[in-house]
Design a binder for this molecule. Structure first.
Ligand code: NAD
Length: 246
């Protein structure tokens, strides 16, 4: 049995992960933290995880940073899924990863991992002049835009084309002018209870191609999170992603 500490436990993802963990039978929930439960800083905190245990964090940038610091202090592994982290926040997680295993992913769905690989295969074939636009849809409660997954997809396109930080065009308004070849259009739609929907459109002369992934419920992420947790519990200190699990 793997003992889990859930940070963001009463949120949408926290509840989906707890449901999946209970159904799988090889996890116990040691404790739960939310916005109003301070994450421990003292080494005698019985409610926090230690070596051989894993903290699963889907909360907020502040929650991710506090969880990373506490994992590094107490020797627990960390699986982190919060999106919208600043560069400084990401550096905090990288610092923790020098002491404990930390697995970060902007999207824990295996379908999205397959989408990223399919995108890479398509870009290997298509000339660099093909225009790329990314459209993402999420529920009305999502705080960060565009989604971490949409930004990851844009970075994937940039890496494939030898542009580490591709220029993003967030929507278009007014006389936006002709489209520069190198920009990536980014369009974030918000409404209702869309769980997560990402489309990459590639348009060339006389033809276009569309790759799309739709998460229908949060179980799509929760199963990837549990696989990541099984990986982290025995991993050496370091920064990992979902590719390492698959
Ligand atoms: P939510 O608002 O439903 O839940 C967030 C929970 O975190 C709340 O219960 C809140 O009380 C708690 N929280 C906030 N700040 C905290 C802190 N400092 N310490 C402890 N707990 C804190 O949000 P959600 O839909 O569950 O999403 C949470 C995060 O996960 C978002 O950043 C979202 O974009 C991301 N997400 C990632 C994936 C993925 O696969 N990586 C999938 C879905 C959502």
């Amino acid at each position: 049995m793997i003992a889990l500490v859930l940070v963001g436990a009463s949120g949408r993802m926290g509840r989906a992960i707890e449901d999946a963990a209970r159904a799988s039978g090889d996890f116990t929930i040691k404790s739960r933290f939310g916005r109003d439960d301070p994450i421990p800083v003292a080494a005698d905190a019985a409610s926090w995880a230690g070596p051989g245990e894993v903290v699963v964090e889907f909360s907020s940038p502040a929650g991710a940073v506090a969880a990373a610091r506490a994992c590094a202090a107490f020797g627990a592994g960390l699986v982190s899924g919060t999106t919208g982290l600043s560069v400084e926040d990401e550096e905090e997680l990288e610092r923790a990863a020098t002491r404990v295993p930390v697995l970060r992913a902007a999207n824990f769905s295996l379908g999205v991992l397959a989408l990223r690989r399919a995108l890479g295969a398509a870009l290997d074939v298509l000339p660099s002049g093909w225009d790329v636009e990314i459209v993402e849809r999420h529920h009305r409660g999502k705080l960060d835009s565009p989604s971490g997954t949409a930004l990851q997809l844009a970075r994937d396109v940039g890496e494939r084309r030898g542009i580490p930080e591709p220029a993003l065009r967030h929507g278009r308004v007014g006389r936006a002018g002709p489209r520069p070849e190198s920009e990536i259009g980014m369009h974030a739609l918000r409404g209702g209870n869309w769980v997560g929907d990402h489309t990459v459109l590639m348009a060339g002369p006389g033809e276009w191609l569309e790759l799309r992934h739709v998460a229908q419920d949060r179980g799509a992420f929760a199963h990837g999170v549990l696989s990541a947790t099984r990986f982290v519990v025995t991993a050496a200190p370091g920064l990992y992603n979902l590719e390492d699990v698959v």
